[in-house]
Ligand binder design. Structure first.
Ligand SMILES: N[C@@H](CCC(=O)N[C@@H](CS)C(=O)NCC(=O)O)C(=O)O
Length: 206
């Protein structure tokens, strides 16, 4: 049985669980991180010395970094579906996965910490505005791209959508003023029709 260590409401864990659900792979999920702690326990650090989630365990095989886990799961169980056979298609998908973790995740994380996880009276509005400005700049690139392709992964749903949509979900589902990104909105609506997206990604934000 494949085990995923991590919280269901972490965007990086959602990627992995969503990918497994899309491919109908059986798994168990164990709560660690957030209010459950344990990330600095010796037992967890032996698996993931970075003390972050998610972490995959499959018999003796341990894998950390959410995008690496998504790639592994897609390559193992989704050769006919999520894992592009063509090198160029795969590189184009992986480009978005790298972009998501390097560019989009840092301001989303900053926004999560300073807005969602900070009580209203204690928020630093400068930090919140800066992170929102950065997120909007980056999502404009996503919106422009989606003006000429159905999915971030190309013509078909794939790993790039899985890696990016849990981050976009956070921004789209909190009470803030947002610019209109019609192509991104269309893409998001398309994803909301997927049962695995509804089950894993569309949950309460905390
Ligand atoms: N680059 C790492 C980032 C992992 C990460 O930052 N995870 C966050 C949750 S999204 C975490 O472990 N935070 C500590 C906690 O939730 O207690 C990955 O993609 O797996």
């Amino acid at each position: 049985m494949l085990t995923i260590w991590g919280l269901k409401n972490s965007a990086n864990v959602k990627k992995v669980l969503w990918c497994l659900e899309e491919l109908n792979v059986p798994y168990q999920q164990i709560d660690v991180g957030g209010k459950f702690g344990k990330l600095n326990d010796a037992e967890y650090l032996k698996m993931n010395p970075n003390a972050v989630i998610p972490c995959l365990q499959e018999d003796d095989f341990i894998l950390w970094e959410s995008n690496a886990i998504v790639r592994y799961v897609a390559a193992k169980y989704g050769q006919d579906t999520l894992y592009p056979a063509s090198l160029q298609e795969r590189a184009s998908v992986e480009k978005w996965m790298d972009w998501g973790i390097c560019n989009l995740f840092p301001p989303i994380k900053q926004f999560m910490i300073s807005f969602i996880r900070t009580p209203a009276g204690q928020r630093d509005h400068n930090i919140i505005s800066q992170s929102l400005a950065e997120i909007e700049k980056l999502l404009k690139i996503v919106d422009d791209t989606l003006s000429h392709q159905t999915y971030l992964s190309g013509t078909k749903f794939g790993m790039a959508d899985i890696a990016l949509a849990p981050l976009v979900y956070l921004w789209l589902n909190v009470e803030i003023e947002r610019p209109s990104f019609p192509n991104l909105e269309r893409w998001y609506q398309l994803l909301t029709a997927r049962p695995a997206f509804q089950k894993i990604v569309m949950i309460e934000i905390s």
